[in-house]
Write a protein that binds this ligand. Sequence first.
Ligand code: NAP
Length: 247
Amino acid sequence: MDLSARVAIVTGSGQGIGREIALTLAEHGAGVVISDINATTANEVAAEIVARNGKSMAITADVTVQEEVASLVDQTVSSLGQIDILVNNAGIARDTLLVRMSSTDWDQVLATNLKGAFLCTQAVVRHMIRQRWGRIINIASVVGLIGNSGQANYAAAKAGLIGLTKTTAREVAARGVTANAIAPGFIDTEMTRKLSDNAKQEFLRQVPLGYVGLPKDVADAVAFLASEEARYITGHVLNVDGGMVMT
Ligand code: NAP
């Protein structure tokens, strides 16, 4: 998969799955904008790519703020000349049972995981339509497909993200732009290290392959969907979950 003519933005790529996606796209030759709310980690990842002879720059942006998203896309296009691949990866969880969930926890999770993806998609899509080529890849979750106790806000946001993916795919298909979602299962990152041992065991019991996935497992799927080879795939949800959800 040759991405050397491509420029990508990966949101929330200062750490975890987003970082691995950025490193992997850069390995395939793409110029990658490391975008995160955290300037320190974003700069570190961009420096890591450059140290490996890749093309990268860091741009700090909060995906929930429309002006910051607009500036992220403007800076990308003015510095790197184009935008071909958007990976909506930035996400947070604020887990608690529905009866105890505050409206603030609901709003924050919906704002980051769903509204953020909408704002970023809207900001890049006109560039992609104009150049008749684009790849939008949304990092959802199997929880958006099957639900999960304690994650009403997160599951609703990820289910919404799948709806956004399919609608985007239909609206831009005629212009050479595809939109797909990846639904990771249980992946070893800071987000899942915070879970109790019991919760981890419970997740693992549901994984036929019997082990926790790595950020690289998600990143390789993103690289494929971003490539020319995936040109005939759009509106799809690709589960990267060790067989946890078979639909
Ligand atoms: P993570 O380690 O917490 O990384 C998320 C990154 O996004 C962090 O660098 C975070 O910055 C950044 N971020 C948070 N809010 C942001 C905002 N408003 N604007 C821009 N960046 C923001 O999470 P992860 O485990 O790598 O997860 C990445 C994605 O995969 C998320 O969408 C998550 O829902 C999804 N996912 C993860 C798993 C899993 O098992 N880990 C499973 C399914 C889906 P700060 O930390 O500095 O705030």
